[in-house]
Design a binder for this molecule. Structure first.
Ligand code: HSE
Length: 344
């Protein structure tokens, strides 16, 4: 049995998602995977930073936050996330702070600091991976640490680890999909007659939307995801400024209605493809018809179609956002790290 010391940075919707999964599944993880753990640190801008090498009671942490109370009674109080990452003892950092597509911070600095110390990292934070994948993966190799980020694309629905492992040996000519749960939910609700504003509020209430929903509706979130797929899965080298990006804010209820009358639907589509020896990518709303698989992907569901050279198209469909959905990706990443360390 291996017991991992886990430090969590970011105890928002997704942080609490993995917190409650770990809390509920401890016995199953032990008996099925020989995976045991203590959560030794939790840091959050609102709920504070606490550390207890003997293990923090996750049930109590979830309870305090549900009552909107700080985590201070649960351990030694530290000044901030960087103090926890730099100065405490842990094996795996779960980096779950909000995505920032300008600088990647604070997640970029958190991940760098942990990797420099040889700590393994699993993250759902898209900014650092979309902007600094090469640097961070090299840093991980140099320090003999593992870096995983399944939850950056389609939350817990498997795409990255699946493409890298289960589709190994295939070359991808195109990756195309609905990569954002919030906008697909909004467009689906608009098809049912809801206003854009009502649908966005509902997506926020359900925990789908980013901290600043502009990131969803202006296409930044889908752009981060297609960059990650292009660079990590297709071996591209594209950055933010290489990707033309249009969100859904220009679409009116009339556009949605006109598409419906024509037997079509609007979808926010992210696409990466090969052209002239390079990988290119774009994000834009596109009208799709029922012959296109994406037409049938509704609500918070997302889908990715991998076009491969050996086995044709492989399509993955699943929920693209949500507290436990994204939290689950961190569990798969930790179990993958555990398998690798055990040589299984
Ligand atoms: N806001 C994102 C979405 C969350 O709606 O898809 C998952 O990345």
């Amino acid at each position: 049995m291996t017991k991992y010391r886990i430090a969590i940075v970011g105890f928002g919707v997704v942080g609490r998602g993995i917190g409650s999964i770990l809390h509920d599944k401890r016995e199953f993880l032990k008996s099925r995977y020989d995976f045991d753990f203590d959560v030794v640190g939790i840091s959050d801008l609102i709920w504070g930073t606490v550390y207890d090498p003997g293990g923090i009671d996750l049930g109590k942490a979830l309870d305090l936050v549900s009552k909107k109370e700080k985590l201070d009674p649960l351990g030694k109080v530290l000044p901030d996330s960087l103090a926890m990452i730099r100065e405490t003892d842990y094996d795996i950092l779960l980096e779950i702070t909000p995505t920032n597509m300008e600088t990647g911070d604070p997640g970029y600095s958190h991940i760098k600091e942990a990797l420099k110390r040889g700590k393994h990292v699993a993250t759902t934070n898209k900014g650092p991976i979309a902007l600094y994948y090469r640097e961070l993966s090299e840093l991980a190799v140099q320090n003999n640490a593992e870096l995983r980020f399944e939850g950056t694309v389609l939350s817990g629905t498997p795409v990255i680890n699946m493409a890298l492992k289960d589709l190994a040996g295939c070359e991808f000519s195109e990756i195309r999909g609905i990569l954002n749960g919030t906008t697909n939910f909004i467009l689906t609700e608009m098809e049912k007659g809801k206003s854009y504003e009502e649908a966005l509020k509902e997506a926020q209430r359900l925990g789908y939307a980013e901290a600043k929903p502009d990131a969803d509706v202006e296409g930044w979130d889908a752009m981060a995801k297609i960059i990650i797929m292009a660079n990590v899965v297709m071996g591209g080298d594209i950055s933010r400024d290489d990707v033309p990006r249009t969100g859904i804010t220009g679409l009116t209820i009339e556009d949605v209605e006109n598409a419906r009358k024509a037997g079509k639907k609007w979808k926010l589509v992210g696409r990466a493809w090969r052209e002239g020896g390079k990988v290119k990518a774009e994000v834009a709303p596109m009208e799709v018809d029922p012959d296109d698989f994406l037409y049938h992907v509704q609500g918070v569901l997302n889908a990715v179609v991998f076009s491969t050279d050996i086995i044709g198209d492989v399509t993955v469909v699943g929920r693209g956002a949500g507290s436990k959905e994204a939290g689950y990706a961190l569990l798969t990443d930790m179990l993958d790290i555990h398998r690798k360390l055990k040589g299984r």
